[in-house]
Design a protein around this ligand. Structure first.
Ligand SMILES: [Zn+2]
Length: 607
């Protein structure tokens, strides 16, 4: 097995070289690049002026001109034109200079002063393969019942009723219970997953089907919530949910392929050009097969970064398989480098592992791994050259993750490993600077800071004011110089990037509540939020140098917005819509038009 980190073929030599060596060398090189870029910009301007008068050397496929481009590139922050050829940016600069790339077959599109930004990258996303009723924001059991009825309409009358997206505040006294569901469906089994995906509530028919009774013990890493007399309430947390979940018939291969296509269309309409699929799936079966087939047929509308399971007890032979998979899955559309593990649950389910108890309780959550097992596991994956992404929400789980990354560094040496902590909701303040010291990416979710009824009435009270004030506090990572990548955790939250940016910048709901923002000291600037959804999310997947900023030579992934977020009041950022999404030079979404698959299955050329 390789003991050195492995590099994608298509990373620029500088990054590949630096990542094989120490962070010190990397840092020095980056300084050199930074000063070189200053000179390069000057030289580029002279070159630009000189060649504007000469004939085109290479004709472009498409020239997008007369735009207001926010490149995300500190060397050249603004531009007017993007010149695309063979899926890459042939030139980024002024509209005048772009004219020299226009040949007889070049399509020229005037963007009429529209704002253009790099394609959005969702750094934490899940492919949800099972169809279910959407219960997000239901607000009451009555509304849950009516959404389930709509979903069940037309489905077979003995099939499972499946829903997802409830929160405690949808139920009387914040106590979901099987009796609420028995009143809706007495005989058909019902399985409703909460918004965060860490607990389910089921009805009595489902408990019977799974043979869960008062005598059933809690499984490892899970909790069967019980009434005072010991009988199950119907709420099953963490691993206990799978006692029932495994009974729901899985989707077919065709279902999975349809889901991938439908979700990719939704993502493209929101300006997303890449998703990082963080389910940690075993790399075989319908999902991997469907993605590989689509990548081979060149029909993906998004770039995918996929994860395998992080299991501290993984067999050496399986770990070797993962490493060889990084060789076969390293294309620009489908790529694998990361193993995803879970260290705790969520605050709302009181399963996030905390250093001190939830307010008014003696409960400190549910850690999933011992320190020793975690360290051993991280050390093995790290030594194999794989990136490790650990779900850690509570301050105790976050510290556990950082300690394990630090220990691996001591054993295996300092390299550009870019290990990540997913969610990082409530870090202890003393741990925040350690992300930078250890080169760990904070993979946060902008919409998690939404001060909605669940946050205000369940999440914050469980933490108490001191911890609530520093939860999902994105500015603390920026201030500490930590690389912070934004994602949605779809389907936990919608993959709506502009809404995420709205929340990160304002810390209000889209309705503007609470006025002035919820713990407003955690707000960040618009350009910082954009960087986290573009440049920084690319870095988190080792794709800096390819995507995330708009620079000559990089892949042509960008978004045309209908209005300029830099020229409007921040309280309406959520209203900005996407007019066009371009990925690898192809238009994957065009507002008001159907960008379908051509007969050959490829997304159509831009118009
Ligand atoms: Zn997730």
């Amino acid at each position: 097995m390789s003991t050195s980190p492995r590099e994608p073929d298509d990373l620029p030599p500088l990054v590949a070289f630096a990542s094989r060596h120490s962070a010190v060398i990397f840092f020095v090189l980056m300084l050199a690049v930074a000063s070189f870029e200053g000179v390069a910009l000057f030289a580029a301007k002279r070159r630009d002026a000189r060649s504007a008068a000469t004939a085109p050397v290479q004709a472009a496929d498409v020239v997008y001109r007369n735009a207001r481009v926010w490149t995300g590139d500190t060397a050249q922050p603004a531009a007017e034109a993007l010149v695309v050829r063979d899926g890459r940016l042939l030139f980024v600069g002024s509209s005048d200079s772009a004219a020299r790339y226009v040949g007889p077959n070049t399509m020229v599109l005037d963007l009429d002063g529209r704002r253009v930004v790099p394609g959005f990258i969702d750094a934490h996303w899940h492919l949800s393969t099972t169809s279910s009723a959407d219960l997000n924001g239901a607000g009451s059991v009555t509304e849950i019942a009516s959404r389930l009825a709509v979903w069940a309409d037309g489905r077979s009358r003995d099939a499972w009723i499946v829903g997802r997206g409830w929160t405690a505040t949808d139920f009387p006294d914040r106590q979901p219970h099987r009796r609420h569901l028995d009143a809706i469906y007495a005989d058909r089994p019902v399985l409703l997953t909460d918004r965060d995906g860490h607990q389910v509530v089921v009805n009595s028919a489902a408990l019977r089907a799974a043979n869960i009774t008062r005598a059933t013990p809690d499984p490892d890493g899970g909790r069967i919530v019980r009434d005072a007399d010991g009988s199950p309430t119907g709420v099953l947390q963490e691993s206990a949910a799978s006692l029932v979940r495994r009974l729901v018939p899985p989707p077919t291969r065709a279902d999975v392929a349809r889901r991938i296509d439908a979700l990719s269309r939704d993502a493209a309409a929101l300006g997303i050009t890449m998703v990082q699929e963080m389910s940690g799936r075993v790399p075989r079966g319908d999902v991997f097969d469907a993605l590989r087939e689509a990548a081979a047929a060149d029909t993906l509308r998004l770039r995918w970064y996929v994860s395998v399971p992080f299991n501290p007890e993984v067999a050496d032979s399986v770990l070797r398989q993962y490493v060889s998979l990084t060789d076969s899955l390293r294309g620009p559309w489908l790529r694998f480098w990361v193993a995803k593990g879970m260290l705790d649950g969520t605050v709302d389910a009181r399963t996030a592992a905390m250093l001190s108890p939830y307010a008014g309780t003696t409960d400190q959550g549910l850690p999933f791994m011992t320190d020793a097992a975690l360290r051993r596991g991280v050390q093995r994956y790290d030594s194999a050259g794989l990136q490790v992404a650990l779900h850690a929400i509570g301050d105790r789980a976050i510290r556990q993750a950082l300690d394990a990354f630090e220990a691996a560094r001591r054993t295996n040496g300092v390299r550009d490993t870019r290990h990540r902590i997913e969610h990082v909701e409530v870090p202890d303040p003393r741990d925040v600077p350690r992300f930078r010291t250890l080169g760990v990416v904070a993979s946060t979710q902008a919409l998690f800071a939404t001060p909605d009824v669940t946050t205000l009435q369940n999440y914050a009270p469980l933490l108490g004011p001191e911890r609530a004030a520093r939860s999902n506090h994105f500015k603390q990572f920026d201030d500490a110089g930590v690389v912070q990548a934004f994602g949605s955790d779809h389907p936990v939250f919608p993959m709506h990037v502009m809404r995420g940016i709205h929340v990160a910048v304002n810390r209000t709901t889209v309705e503007g509540t609470p006025r002035g923002g919820w713990y407003p000291e955690g707000r960040i600037a618009l350009d910082a939020a954009l960087h986290h959804f573009t440049r920084d999310a690319a870095y988190a997947a080792f794709l800096d140098g390819q995507v995330g900023i708009l620079r000559t030579g990089m892949l042509a992934d960008f978004v045309v917005l209908d209005r300029d977020p830099f020229a409007m009041p921040t309280d309406s950022l959520f209203t900005v819509q996407v007019e066009r999404t371009v990925v690898g030079g192809r238009t994957s979404y065009l507002r008001g038009a159907t960008v379908g698959a051509s007969p050959a299955g490829r997304p159509t050329r831009p118009r």
